[in-house]
Design a protein around this ligand. Structure first.
Ligand code: AHR
Length: 306
């Protein structure tokens, strides 16, 4: 902490129009595209100027993107931090420049930065609970007996850390549920397919796959089929997000279930910003509620999917 560093969270002036930054982490999956569309649509509705950047999967670029927003003197920065630790300097630089930050959908390391002190709040889902709900579904679907391959999200990201934690904790009281392999597929379809292919070869006795997002589950389905096995029968799959492709895979009997992680942040993000400008007390965590999709509701829910 250098001399002159503000200990206080920067305030936000009440104005009719704002210039707001949104630092996105990547755009390689439908979830990210839906989140960006929701943020852009809400900014447009309000008549605000949105400075949008896409870090293309690089935490270093995302730090540079935030620094560029600071140089452009935006009023507030919405940040979807790719990983928990590398984005801390960006949060601190914005604070030092007197620009409030709201974290969207992913969190930063709580030992290094805190809501209400270094950034305004974290708006997003309970990732630990998502992992727990995925585990509970899988325990039921396999009668408590499965050899599981876990496809993890981006290493060092809060959803990967927490979805793993929630899932593994829920399995502890079920000795028949064994994780035989766990590896990152970086939340990407292609990487998920490649990793699933390798792990299915190394563990031909695997009976289930838990993917930290739907894109990796879609990749895993392709890998299972390429291995001459039947997804949904030989290998049971569960994942997280609730994309259109995932709901279609549930309808087709290939994916068992997906825990929703809602990407439509726009209205809540800008409403939280307005409340902060008014001087209202913002909770450290503005929580999103998530639904659950399986064979019982996929047909009716697919109409709303992205
Ligand atoms: O942070 C949320 C996760 O990030 C979504 O589950 C995933 O699809 C995205 O890339």
């Amino acid at each position: 902490v250098g001399a002159g560093f503000a200990a206080e969270l920067p305030k936000l002036e009440q104005k009719a129009k704002y210039k707001v930054g949104f630092a996105q982490t990547e755009s390689n999956n439908p979830w990210r595209i839906a989140q960006t569309e929701s943020m852009k649509a809400e900014a447009e509705k309000l008549g605000y100027q949105l400075v949008y950047t896409d870090a293309a999967g690089s935490a270093a670029k995302q730090v540079a993107d935030v620094n560029s927003m600071i140089a452009q003197k935006v009023d507030l920065i919405f940040l979807a931090p790719r990983e928990e630790k590398p984005l801390i300097p960006a949060v601190m630089a914005a604070k030092k420049a007197g620009i409030p930050v709201i974290l969207l959908d992913r969190n930063v390391d709580q030992k290094l930065a805190q809501a209400g002190k270094d950034y305004v709040t974290f708006i997003g889902s309970d990732f630990v609970d998502e992992g727990r709900r995925a585990a509970e579904w899988l325990i039921g679907a396999t009668n408590g007996k499965a050899k599981i391959i876990q496809l993890e999200g981006t290493t060092g990201s809060s959803p990967a850390n927490d979805r793993r934690k929630g899932f593994e904790e829920a399995l502890k009281s079920h000795p028949g549920m064994e994780i035989v392999a766990s590896q990152s597929g970086d939340f990407a379809r292609d990487k998920g397919r490649q990793v699933a292919e390798t792990l299915l070869q190394a563990h031909p006795d695997a009976t289930a796959i838990y993917a930290h997002n739907d894109e990796m589950a879609m990749g895993a389905i392709a890998a299972i089929e390429a291995a001459g096995k039947v997804p949904g029968k030989d290998i049971v799959l569960v994942s997280i997000d609730g994309t259109r492709d995932a709901l279609q895979a549930i309808i087709d009997g290939k994916l068992g279930a997906t825990v929703e992680c809602n990407p439509r942040f726009g209205p809540k993000a800008f409403a939280t910003m307005a409340a902060y400008a008014k001087g209202e007390k913002i909770p450290a965590w503005v929580k999103n509620d998530d639904k659950f999709f399986d064979a019982s509701n996929a047909r009716e829910e697919i109409a709303n999917a992205y």
